[in-house]
Design a protein around this ligand. Structure first.
Ligand code: NAD
Length: 377
């Protein structure tokens, strides 16, 4: 099989979908691998490192794509790139499937496209779980980013000139990113509290030495929030939640907001009036910015200060800022997923496999994900 790795074109993207480590394994298994020249540069991987483990290098992006049996990517390529892929080729990456306008075109081109964000969060899929590997990095980087804006120390310091109080960090959303943010802020010496709509996260928060913030819930709400993913909550719950969070945000120096609902707009947890009551110099890092933001005042891709001096940071794609490790983990996720697809006789797409079925967006001319229901259905 011919596996190709094009350079990423999205503005600000520094990651690459394969590393010398994963290329070496693919070449060792008898595949031909070609990497676009410069693809790994921003992830600290020189072209020579790919060549040393047996990859070919190409400067001709369209030719490279046209040769692919499998193309490995970080993001959905541009429309022109999709036209270059041959019918029957597989495209594997984080393809942003929700509402993606390119899916009908992928289907028409008879590409088998796999969006790894859709993998179920099961034990079998753990080694392929791109959301976990990348959100873990984003959670870590969010705290370090906060320290760049925060005009004080994070830890408590006792100096001859007096005592410095530790920073108070509030983490909203305790999934993979939130847990890493808690752990990182604790390591830097901050006093941390955290909130998630899933009561089951209390134990995880406490095991990291942080305090759990609890919004009183009815039995019905507890049941609704008790699954793997949080559902959207009632207006009444949201009001109780916002009031409590406003109180905690007022006391916080840094808010790291990571709450997400897959495929839906991010829940609004920090209102404009809450920001107005926060301390001057405090910082909100909104990891949900790309999904609309947990904070009402977040501006995607921007950092600015409110008129009361609160720093609001809505940068996208924080994992890309740690491009070397992010690529290394992402490439391993992809390599593990390829284990399901690559057979000695060619591409094997077993629709009965739940991991294949969950991630396959388009196949053999059919759009399997996000297609409008037909009039006869
Ligand atoms: P995510 O990025 O989709 O969401 C982040 C967090 O936001 C979640 O914990 C969610 O409960 C929370 N959230 C949503 N609405 C909220 C609201 N209104 N207020 C506060 N918090 C809110 O989550 P994720 O990191 O992808 O993790 C989702 C789940 O999958 C977690 O239970 C995680 O433990 C689980 N998981 C399982 C595996 C595995 O077993 N293989 C791997 C990774 C994650």
């Amino acid at each position: 099989m011919h596996i190709v790795i094009p350079a990423e074109r999205l503005a600000g993207e520094r990651r690459v979908a394969a590393t010398p480590d994963t290329v070496k394994k693919l070449v060792g298994a008898g595949h031909v691998v070609t990497v676009e020249r410069g693809a790994g540069l921003h992830a600290a991987i020189a072209d020579a490192a790919y060549a040393d483990v047996g990859a070919g290098l190409s400067e001709q992006r369209q030719t490279l794509l046209a040769q692919a049996d499998v193309a490995l990517v970080v993001h959905m390529p541009e429309a022109a790139d999709l036209e270059a892929l041959k019918p029957g080729a597989a495209l594997v990456g984080m393809l942003a499937p929700y509402g993606n306008p390119l899916l009908p075109r992928l289907a028409a081109r008879r590409i088998s496209a796999f969006a790894l964000e859709l993998l179920p969060r099961t034990t079998r899929a753990q080694s392929m779980d791109v959301l976990s590997s990348q959100n873990n990095i984003a959670g870590y980087k969010a705290v370090l980013l906060a320290t760049q804006f925060y005009p004080r120390f994070m830890p408590m310091l006792m100096t001859a000139a007096g005592t410095v109080k530790p920073a108070r960090v509030l983490v909203l959303g305790v999934g993979v990113a939130g847990l890493q943010a808690i752990a990182t802020a604790k390591r830097l010496g901050a006093v941390v509290e955290a909130y998630d709509v899933r009561p089951a996260t209390r134990e995880q928060v406490e095991s990291l030495g942080a305090k759990f913030v609890e919004v009183p819930m009815t039995d019905e709400e507890k049941a609704a929030g008790g699954g793997v993913y949080a559902r959207e909550m009632s207006a009444d719950f949201q009001q109780r939640q916002n009031e409590l969070l406003a109180k905690h945000a007022r006391n916080a120096d840094i808010v790291i907001a990571t709450a997400l609902i897959p495929g839906k707009p991010a829940p609004r947890l920090v209102t404009a009036s809450t920001v107005a009551e926060m301390k001057p110099g405090s910082v909100i890092i909104d990891l949900a910015a790309e999904s609309g933001g947990n904070c009402e005042l977040t501006r995607l891709g921007e950092a600015y200060q409110s008129d009361r001096g609160v720093h609001l940071v809505g940068y996208a794609n924080l994992a890309s800022l740690l491009a070397a490790d992010a690529s290394s983990l992402y490439a391993r996720n992809l390599h593990a997923f390829l284990g399901l697809l690559l057979a000695p006789e060619g591409l094997k797409i077993d629709l009965a496999d739940e991991l294949i079925a969950a991630t396959l967006l388009t196949h053999q001319g059919e759009q399997r994900f996000g297609a409008a229901p037909s009039a006869t259905a």
